[in-house]
Design a protein around this ligand. Sequence first.
Ligand code: ZN
Length: 131
Amino acid sequence: MRIHHLGIAVESLATAVPLFEKLLGKAPESEENVADQKVRVAVFRLGESRLELLEGTSADSPITRFISKRGQGIHHLTLTVPNLAEALGKLENDGIHLIDREPRVGAGNERVAFLHPSSTAGVLIELIEES
Ligand code: ZN
C-alpha cells in the first residue's frame, strides 16, 4: 500500500495551478474533467505520489459543497489496494461505512471508491486499484 495522491479542493484552478507550479517547480502533468464527480482536476506528479487540485464544475459538485462548508484545503487521501472489490468487501465486514459499495470511475479512468469519513477518523479516504 502507498499514498497514491492527495486531493486538494480549490476555488479556482486558474489561481491554484500557478501557485502550485511555483511551489513544486513544475507544471501539472495533466488537466481533465471527471464528469462523474463534477470536477476539473490538475495533476502534479511527485515521485510515486501526486497532488490533485480539484475545482468543482457545478453548484452540486462535492468539491463546491465541501468548499462552501469548510473552505479550500485537503479534501481526501487516496491509498492503493491490489483488488478494489475485495478490499471493499473486507472493510465493510470490518464495520467500515462505505460511500461507494461498487467501484466508480475516477481521474485517468481508474477504478476508485470512497470510504465514509465517519468511520475513518474524519478523513475522507479514497481507494484506488493499482494497475
Ligand atoms: Zn482522488
